[in-house]
Design a protein around this ligand. Sequence first.
Ligand code: G3H
Ligand code: 13P
Ligand code: ZN
Length: 333
Amino acid sequence: MVSFKELGLVNTREMFAKAIKGGYAIPAFNFNNMEQLQAIIKASAETKSPVILQVSKGARNYANQTLLRYMAQGAVEYAKELGWEHPQICLHLDHGDSFELCKSCVDFGFSSVMIDASSLPYEENIALTKKVVDYAHQYDVTVEAELGVLAGVEDEVASEVSHYTKPEEVVDFATRTGCDSLAISIGTSHGAYKFTPEQCTRDPKTGRLVPPPLAFDVLDAVMEQLPGFPIVLHGSSSVPQEYVDMINKYGGKLPDAVGIPEEQLRKAAKSAVCKINIDSDSRLAFTAAVRKVFAEKPAEFDPRKYCGPARDLMTELYKHKIINVLGSDGKAE
Ligand code: G3H
Ligand code: 13P
Ligand code: ZN
């Protein structure tokens, strides 16, 4: 058993309370490798933003759980080395799908876990979430739960349809489970294809897809039921078109990739939405930079020469999100 406190990490409790009061959101960035972690920490340290490092089940299988834990511990030290005196870094399990996985992460030094039982019937979601909460809270580890189902397909997270969260269920759910934050479904989804072309209109000038707005009425109704309760938005990548264009220009094939417009995320960040999950945008930045080097310098075979530019582009992306979208800069001096 390793406590997250020994690793210099923090849970989400204070972060979220401050974010709701201050009208901003904490970035939750997924990582699977060293370059992503370096970019996240550099961007957070340079902007003094609290940050949530997210590890999915897939990431844990890819990178090895022991290595990931030491990487997170190293991230705290790296942040200090960069001049961030009091780093506020949370290590969070993204989309935990069983009690055993959540327990293992709690025991391994994670400071926060998500139990995603949103695809189960309501009472089963409550029972499993409560079991995780009861265990995690013994160690001061915070728990995110989910009500409502997001559309979209990811390696480990798949759902064909989106069912918006029912505001009439949230009080009962939060009370009976004791969860610390709640992920809701208001029209976001995972991946780089958040909407089909049929769900969108087309900008006549650029020919780009314009997605339908998020269901802010559902968010408002949830906030009315649970005033001041931390709300989480998954599937919040914006799918920057400059990265999509770069990928397509240098040999990739991402037709009609579309995300959540940043102005909608800015609006959400000012509300009780205090955690915004971003993974796909980082994947796009990484891929775009690597493809560019491969296309322009076909003789290059030193991974540092293509992972380095990918890391730089991700750092730029994370800083942009922190400063211009979430507003979390300067909140962890
Ligand atoms: O919400 C899902 C995250 O983007 C993680 O995706 O399961 O492919 O690591 P992954
Ligand atoms: P995106 O695919 O929109 O980046 O969402 C990531 C996410 O929700 C991780 O849990
Ligand atoms: Zn997610």
